[in-house]
Design a protein around this ligand. Structure first.
Ligand code: GLA
Length: 403
């Protein structure tokens, strides 16, 4: 039985600091200094997530070596919510008998627990949202030991924005900003460092204002699906957003589908590569208890993860495209550089006769690089021909670029 009295008391204490907090909050210092890594229940389990499945995911993060590779957040997405009691305290539904015990279990493995809510009265799957209970919910999360919140707009659009400001898009957007700010203040008032993930599908150029309201990451698009066309569409939408990413605040092209659906080996590794190039959060979304070795080898490639987690925090730019070939590059700590060359063509068996232009990348002459998927040295030469299969990628790292 959870203690409602202590939750109510905590809420009162929090209310005082809530009222006193400054209007323009910034992301909590020290949180998400590199893009968050972990696992989230939604992409594979959706509404089938339960306590047992979350424990199994935590177990597998450790057993598979993913935890050692950097995946620490175990994030429960939508459909955990039950009903509010007479004092407004939200209880998990029957799938989650004891959230505090679950958090303790996850923490004991050196992992962190994430949860999900909506600023609207209902979540996207129709469960209880945080509208009117933001502070109470933030306190509840902190009392359980929650480390990460994904806050998903959902019913806030029809129930609040459209009802309160019909036919006034500017006012609707202000309501949205205020909702995200309200939860930011509530989370900060708990004193617990909680990664704050905005999920409002990129509305109103969220990258321009999210970090002002405490966002550590923000979805830039609608939902991902385990299909190459969708993954490629989301990737394309990241071009031009690189200036908004940096330590503590990241563009989020949505969670990983690596290992889901019918994605081929090449598609899985291109998806993972390009997400790493984007300095995207790496939240695996597959069933870790039935992960194929080739999927595990993609998700745990240390050299690729090191690109994503590079402490400089610079998201890649799409430097140039040639037909269906795209060349993305990002600077790395210590003057190094990563280059990803993607064959985005659906029915083009290889990029032949694509020739790499080092000059367009600002490089002069031959470069010593490492091919990170094949773990071998590769000398890049000006105008060299490259053969890359359909939907596959070449990812190289140059430690000492010659310019
Ligand atoms: C929205 C989000 C998804 C997921 C579902 C849950 O669609 O974008 O990532 O959280 O809601 O209902």
């Amino acid at each position: 039985m959870r203690c409602h009295f202590s939750t109510a008391l905590l809420s009162l204490v929090a209310l005082a600091s809530f009222a006193a907090s400054s209007p323009a909050q910034k992301p909590a210092p020290g949180v998400a200094l590199t893009p968050p890594m972990g696992w989230n229940s939604w992409n594979y389990f959706a509404e089938k997530v339960d306590d047992k499945g979350v424990r199994a995911a935590a177990d597998q993060l450790v057993a598979s070596g993913m935890k050692d590779a950097g995946y620490v957040y175990v994030n429960i997405d939508d459909t955990w919510e039950g009903k509010r009691d007479a004092s407004g305290v939200l209880h998990p539904n029957e799938k989650f008998p004891d959230m505090k015990a679950l958090a303790d279990y996850v923490h004991a493995k050196g992992l962190r627990l994430g949860i999900y809510s909506s600023p609207g009265p209902k979540t996207c799957a129709g469960y209880e949202g945080s509208y009117g209970h933001e502070l109470q919910d933030a306190q509840l999360y902190a009392s359980w030991g929650i480390d990460y919140l994904k806050y998903d707009m959902c019913s806030f659009i029809p129930e609040v924005m459209q009802k309160q400001a019909p036919h006034d898009p500017a006012a609707q957007m202000r309501l949205m900003h205020q909702a995200y700010e309200r939860m930011d203040k509530a989370l900060k008032s708990t004193g617990r460092p909680i990664v704050y993930s905005f999920c409002q599908y990129g509305w109103d150029a969220v990258w321009e204002w999210a970090s002002q309201y405490g966002g550590n990451l923000w979805r830039t698009t609608g939902d991902i699906t385990p299909e190459w066309d969708r993954i490629y569409t989301l990737l394309s939408r990241q071009a031009g957003l690189e200036q908004y990413a940096g330590p503590g605040h990241w563009n989020d092209p949505d969670m990983l589908e690596v290992g889901n659906g019918k994605l081929s080996f090449h598609e899985n590794r291109s998806h993972f590569t390009l997400w790493a190039m984007q300095a995207a959060p790496l939240l695996a979304g597959n069933d870790l208890t039935r992960m194929k070795p080739e999927v595990k080898s993609i998700l745990t490639n240390p050299a690729v993860i090191a690109i994503d987690q590079d402490t400089l925090g610079k998201q890649a730019s799409r430097i140039y495209t040639e037909g269906q070939v795209e060349v993305w590059a990002r600077p790395l700590r210590g003057g190094a550089m990563a280059i990803a060359i993607l064959n985005a063509g659906d029915d083009r068996y290889s990029t032949h006769p694509f020739h790499l232009s080092l000059a367009k990348l600002g490089l002069k002459g031959a470069q010593q690089s490492k091919d990170l998927w094949n773990d071998k040295a590769l000398e890049l030469q000006e105008n060299m021909p490259l053969e890359i299969a359909s939907h596959d990628v070449l990812l190289v790292r140059i430690d000492s670029p010659k310019r």
